[in-house]
Ligand binder design. Structure first.
Ligand code: ADP
Length: 488
């Protein structure tokens, strides 16, 4: 992307997406892994503590059976009985020799005077001789250890006969803990890498249409007349919608550009004739007509006619461009249609006494439409003007007013020259005249019907035409009715 609008650094969406998915899955994985890790290691730790507690209970109970102060001799009898029988307190108890030889535990037994009498390994912590059983976590050389201390009581008489200290170095626990930690870290790296790559490739796939839009915009911005469009993806999703909308927007833009250049060329073409006529007259006057009052008079008259035509043309072009914005500027205007139609009918009757105007009003109540009064009047004047202009022998104009379901319909019919079927759609185009020369003679610029159509369509109505050559034309305006004129 060479042309950047801001000086902020360009970071590809694909990278952001990949980064987002990687971070997202890292967080989720971290939370899940931490929960599993801590519950697993906690249960491992509980096992180790239970092992120590069981060992202490077992040893103290079995030594308690000696029932006299512990000595090296009497405990060795219990640990390794002469009769070859394994000292078993109950069928659920482990033989004491097993407790002592358990590699996990370091057992230290002391006599009543705190002198060591048996040790299965080097004690990590200093013994403390307490009256109660105490199990604590203590700091060892490499890591923490669990230390259990308790006095040993004789089973009979319940006298203190010695002390016991059992330590669990937690080697197994820490070995498992470390292994699990490595597995979790490796899995985490794998998840981050895999989800990042997945995110990147998915975004590559999904964002392909964006790349195509980008390329199209680039081409269009270089040359707006280029007819390029973005290929619409096969799958129906947001990007396919966006692409379609984007292409439609380009079509519309293209249409506007075409219309604009067409308009400019039409306008210059339309202005060329009156300007040429005025210039011709002025040339003539300059050369030899200045002193000839008749030529002077004719030229001034002709030039005035053309100036008036140009003034009308400019006014009509202004009306046309305003008509395109009625939807924005006159959205909430209300007009009682009956009043305007009656007014225009009366005006025309008065203006053209040689014409026979009839009004067929089927409405039995005032009907309000969402249109600016002056605009409705302007449309009716354009249509009635045309009816008069293009009438031939039969000087009759018939106006009708009726109601549809939710619409009001105004018909303007004449019995004049009519419009050929091939021109019926075209007469609403700008500057279109069926017979250019004849229409010009009648003062027409070919803008009236396009103004009328744009105005009516701007108010969500429609204008249609039925006509046959030599028999006359019927223009029909349909406008939506406003049921509640008070409400805006
Ligand atoms: P103009 O100013 O030339 O009348 P319009 O846009 O009003 O422009 O009309 C376009 C063309 O449609 C006219 O030039 C004329 O040929 C044709 N036309 C419009 N109204 C009628 C009609 N009532 N009868 C016959 N032809 C019509």
């Amino acid at each position: 992307m060479e042309e950047k609008t801001s000086n902020r650094r360009f970071i590809s969406l694909k990278l952001k997406w990949a980064f987002g998915t990687a971070v997202g899955s890292l967080i989720i994985f971290f939370i899940v892994a931490m929960a599993m890790f801590s519950s697993f290691t906690q249960s491992l730790f509980n096992q180790e503590r239970d092992l120590l507690n069981q060992g202490m209970t077992n040893i103290s109970r079995q030594l308690g059976r000696i029932n006299q102060p512990l000595t090296k001799k009497n405990i060795s009898n219990v640990i390794d009985p002469d009769d070859g029988q394994v000292a078993v307190g109950s069928q659920y108890q482990r033989p004491i020799i097993q407790e002592l030889s358990d590699g996990h535990l370091i057992v230290n037994i002391y006599d009543r005077k705190h002198q060591p009498i048996l040790s299965t390994g080097k004690s990590i912590t200093k013994p403390t001789f307490t009256n109660q059983r105490r199990v604590r976590m203590m700091r060892g050389a490499a890591h923490k250890v669990i230390v259990g201390q308790q006095p040993i009581y004789s089973q009979r008489g319940h006298r203190r006969i010695g002390y016991l200290q059992v330590e669990n170095k937690l080697n197994v626990y820490y070995r498992n803990y470390n292994q699990l930690r490595i597995v979790v870290i490796l899995a985490m790296c794998l998840v981050v890498l895999a989800s990042g790559l997945l995110g990147y490739f998915l975004s590559l796939l999904f964002l392909r249409p964006l790349g195509e839009i980008h390329d199209t915009v680039k081409v269009i911005s270089k040359d707006p007349t280029k007819n390029v469009r973005v290929p619409v993806p096969n799958h129906n999703d947001e990007l396919a919608e966006l692409t379609t909308m984007f292409n439609e927007m380009l079509d519309r833009m293209q249409r506007y550009i075409d219309q604009q250049s067409q308009f400019v060329s039409d306008v210059s073409h339309e202005l060329r004739t009156p300007i040429a006529i005025i210039q011709g007259h002025l040339d003539m006057l300059e050369r030899w007509g200045k002193d000839d009052p008749e030529v002077l008079n004719d030229s001034i008259k002709a030039s005035l006619i053309e100036t008036k035509r140009m003034k009308n043309l400019v006014q009509e072009m202004l009306d046309l461009s305003r008509a395109e914005q009625v939807d924005i500027n006159f959205r909430n205007q209300r007009t009682v249609v009956n009043d305007v139609v009656h007014q225009v009918f009366n005006n025309f009757k008065m203006l053209y006494p040689d014409f026979h105007f009839t009004l067929d009003d089927d409405l039995d109540e005032p009907i309000t439409a969402n249109i600016y009064r002056d605009h409705l009047e302007q449309v009716l004047v354009i249509l009635c003007d045309n009816a008069v202009k293009y009438s031939t022998e039969r000087k009759e104009v018939h106006i009708s007013l009726s109601r549809g379901m939710n619409t009001v319909e105004i018909g303007i019919q004449d019995f004049g020259e009519g419009i050929p079927a091939t021109d019926i759609d075209k007469v609403f185009d700008r500057f279109y005249r069926v017979d250019k020369a004849r229409s010009r003679k009648k003062g027409g610029n070919g803008l009236g019907l396009s103004i009328a159509k744009r105005l009516i369509e701007g108010y969500h109505g429609s204008i249609t035409l039925e006509s046959s050559l030599g028999a006359g034309s019927l223009f029909r305006i349909i406008l939506p009715i406003v049921e509640d004129p008070e409400a805006l």
